[in-house]
Design a protein around this ligand. Sequence first.
Ligand SMILES: *Cc1c(COP(=O)(O)O)cnc(C)c1O
Length: 388
Amino acid sequence: MIKNVQSYIMPTYGQNELEFVRGEGVYLYSAENKKFLDFGSGIAVNSLGHCHPKLVSVLKDQASKLWHTSNLYYSSAKEKYAELLCKSTFAEQVFFTNSGTESIECGLKLIRSYHSIKNKSYKDTIITFDNSFHGRSIAAISGQNNPKYTKGFEPLLDGFISIPFNDLNILEKTINEKTSAIMIETIQGEGGVNPISIKILDSIKNLCLKNNILLFIDEVQCGFGRSGKLFSYQWSNIEPDLMAVAKGIGSGFPMGACLATKESAVGMTLGKHGSTYGGNPLAISVGLAVLEEINSKGFLNNIQELSNYLWKHLKDLENKHDKIIEVRGAGLLLGIKTTEDNNKICKLLESKGLLTLPASDNVVRLAPPLIIKKKHIDDAIEIINQIM
Ligand SMILES: *Cc1c(COP(=O)(O)O)cnc(C)c1O
């Protein structure tokens, strides 16, 4: 443990003395070799846990062959992976990025280019939702209307209006001829683990169709199996026009993608967008292996079974402990709203060897790797029970 040393890193993340030096499956090991059960997954990132043998193997293999060429050249692996992403979803085209924010940025440009090419540039306003999180770029924070992220960074970009989440009435009243798109997380992660109502999602889709509005879903946090389906919109009968993904896509390898229908992407023609690293061979090799694993027989069913098991045990704790106000969420993205300070609860859990994540609205967020087993859930429940 290193204390009170001068840091050369900008202090945007505050200080934490806990350092991990090794990860294996659902466990992380600190510099002092203390073992932690990881129910944070590096913020819903390590979908297949730490150092999954298959991912280590494909990455090592790729690392000894080819790291980078640039998107100026053809890549059959990238084509194959893009095809698999499309065949697993509503999408027909993919743009590869390196992060969630970049996937959002690509989507925002796609929306503007779509209405521009249709000679409807007057459609210049994207509806977003209170407590949403879409990243930290100027465009992303402009869409969030949350002083926690925007203060000191004004002027923000025009072209966004934020309204309450899960309120169809207000949404209907807000839509007008200037509305270009609706950008929404199907499960708000940072905002406190709030799933959208499937019924409202259905209605949103209808409103989009009726008013020539693009539906932009942000599944950066809740995608890639976390909800028990490959993507959480797949619990409904609707399909978005475009979707941003990242986090779980690479199980720890930095990557992301913006997925879209061919029609919505009509404006994204030659020269309209770019990325030096997006779709880098290392990322593609890992991404393909992750997707094959999540798509493998029984994988998603197992997540549904595990999440029911975790949900039931958390509900028992909710009934038992006054400090728990509510358990909410979906799949393996669950939140415990507590009467105590959520950061304090997370620290207490950490001291007992369980890693979790704070979220807004005083929520302790659980986002374990999708490869957990019942015994890991039992261990986590036992620790939560102890400290509540
Ligand atoms: C994390 C997150 C982002 C931003 O992703 P980065 O990889 O941090 O840029 C965007 N949207 C949602 C829903 C997220 O959870």
